[in-house]
Design a protein around this ligand. Structure first.
Ligand SMILES: NC(=O)c1ccc[n+]([C@@H]2O[C@H](COP(=O)([O-])OP(=O)(O)OC[C@H]3O[C@@H](n4cnc5c(N)ncnc54)[C@H](O)[C@@H]3O)[C@@H](O)[C@H]2O)c1
Length: 455
């Protein structure tokens, strides 16, 4: 055999295109860089005084997380439901923090630098715009907007008032996503044309079938203010507590979960545009409880340089996943781990079609191929050795990191990681998905008109 000839075993191995992927990838535990923990002690004069508007499930979760962010102080909380005043005081461990049903009282206070807006989606625009006009910096929960128009009005409000804005898809501050971005930016994946992602859950809680608290009534809840921006209707605690199920207040799975996946994909790929086109399918299969959104939705997006496929399914406990499929490797984020798997892209003789050749022609082809190509390194464990898995340390949360990024920006006036433009692009992805689903037609983003139209 000549210098460049392969053994039969090597040939079979290469020819079949097989990669020996059996060996376990190296696992590296990521170190929490914790923007929050890493922050230097803050002088009392630099303390950011903030208030929380909306102290429901997320509002309380955010308040608890703020306890881990140095240099900030919660000076007021606001909610339309009285029991949530007490819940907020418990979350922030301050039994005397002032509470109100009327957020304008908070915006009138000169000693409030910033507000967290964790109200229902259909109220984001109103509170956000008023907060900007009152000179407050704003951390606003995802999805930024309830409608396409909302997002652009919010951008104008923030720009006009020169406010710092962070939208609340906290994954973009996760150390796992930072590692994914580092790998993506390194070029190790080659060119990435295909991305898919899902977020599946399988429980009534995951499907927003939240219990109604026993004291819920028109006396304890400001129902009329809740309805602001939505059609008037008699008091309905199901709508108040399970608002995500109804088009007047939420955007279903797209607004709840797609937005996290889209934000993650935009962050890792450095995308600063809206998807150009979307097509959706899905249906309401299990949770037929009067909700107006599907419990399964799948959407396919066209971006200029790649295609994205997303799914949310409330009938299987699949967890959270994003896959980036490149010409040189694959990057998978699954819940709290990230795996990079390179591909064997070394040149190799074509080994499939030539099985349909007689031996003499195959030998001739191989001889010529090896004369024209240097011998590939023997298929040792090189490729396997390069596969790597990164894992989040136990107890890690990306929420304080995301908040710390915002509060540092309030202090320094340096850009946040997820500003109003970023947040709007991600929210528009949700609106495209729902438009396509409900209209049973492709949804096209008309950037000039700032509108979604049928495609
Ligand atoms: N980033 C995340 O992972 C994440 C997770 C959960 C929720 N969220 C977002 O947080 C927001 C709140 O969701 P939630 O689960 O806490 O809902 P929730 O129903 O538990 O709480 C929303 C609260 O907003 C209050 N509210 C509405 N309008 C108000 C107004 N004008 N003034 C004062 N309070 C008002 C309501 O009284 C209610 O208590 C939503 O935008 C949601 O999408 C984000």
């Amino acid at each position: 055999m000549g210098k460049h000839s392969l053994t039969r075993r090597q040939f079979m191995h290469i020819g079949s295109g097989a990669l020996a992927v059996g060996a376990a990838a190296k696992v590296t535990l990521l170190q929490p860089h914790l923007l929050s923990a890493a922050a230097r002690p803050v002088a009392p004069s630099d303390t950011v005084r903030f208030a929380s508007i909306g102290t429901g499930i997320r509002g309380c979760e955010l308040l608890q997380a703020t306890l881990r962010v140095p240099g900030i102080e919660c000076v007021a909380v606001c909610d339309l439901y009285d029991a949530r005043h007490q819940a907020a005081r418990e979350a922030v461990k301050n039994s005397s923090v002032p509470t109100t049903r009327d957020y304008r009282e908070i915006l009138d206070r000169k000693d409030v630098d910033a507000v967290i807006v964790a109200v229902t989606d259909h109220q984001h625009r109103k509170v956000f715009v008023d907060a900007c006009a009152a000179g407050k910096d704003v951390y606003c929960e995802k999805p930024m907007s309830h409608t396409v128009e909302d997002g652009f009005v919010m951008i104008d409000a923030a720009h006009k008032a020169g406010r710092m804005v962070q939208i609340g898809s906290q994954r973009v501050s996760s150390i796992l996503y930072l590692k994914a971005k580092e790998i993506y930016d390194s070029g190790k994946l080659g060119e990435v044309f295909a991305i898919d992602a899902y977020w599946d859950r399988n429980s009534p809680s995951g499907a927003w079938v939240y219990p109604i608290p026993p004291d819920a009534s028109e006396q304890t809840i400001d129902w009329n203010t809740f309805l602001d921006g939505a059609p008037k209707r008699p008091f309905d605690p199901v709508r108040f507590f399970r608002w995500r199920c109804f088009t007047d207040y939420g955007e279903g799975l797209a607004g709840d979960l797609f937005v996290h996946l889209i934000s993650g994909i935009h962050f890792i790929t450095g995308t600063t545009t809206v998807a150009q086109r979307a097509q959706s399918s899905g249906g309401l299969f299990h949770f037929k409880d009067g909700r107006e959104f599907p419990d399964l939705i799948e959407t396919f997006y066209d971006y200029p340089n790649f295609r994205v496929s997303l799914r949310c399914n409330l009938n299987n406990d699949g967890g959270e996943f994003i896959g980036f499929y490149g010409t040189k490797g694959t990057l998978i984020i699954k819940d709290s781990t990230l795996t990079y798997q390179p591909q064997d892209t070394r040149p190799k003789p074509e080994g499939y079609s030539t099985f349909g050749w007689p031996e003499n022609l195959r030998e001739q082809y191989l001889k010529q191929w090896h004369a024209e190509n240097p011998l590939p390194a023997p298929l040792d464990s090189k490729v396997d050795a390069e596969a790597e898995t990164f894992a989040l340390p136990a107890g890690y949360s990306d929420i304080p990191d995301h908040q710390a990024n915002f509060f540092n920006a309030v202090r320094t006036r340096k850009p946040t990681v997820e500003n109003e433009m970023f947040g709007n692009n991600a929210a528009l992805g949700c609106h495209l998905a729902n438009f396509a689903y409900f209209n049973k037609s492709a949804a096209v983003w008309d950037a000039g008109a700032k509108k979604i139209v049928k495609g």
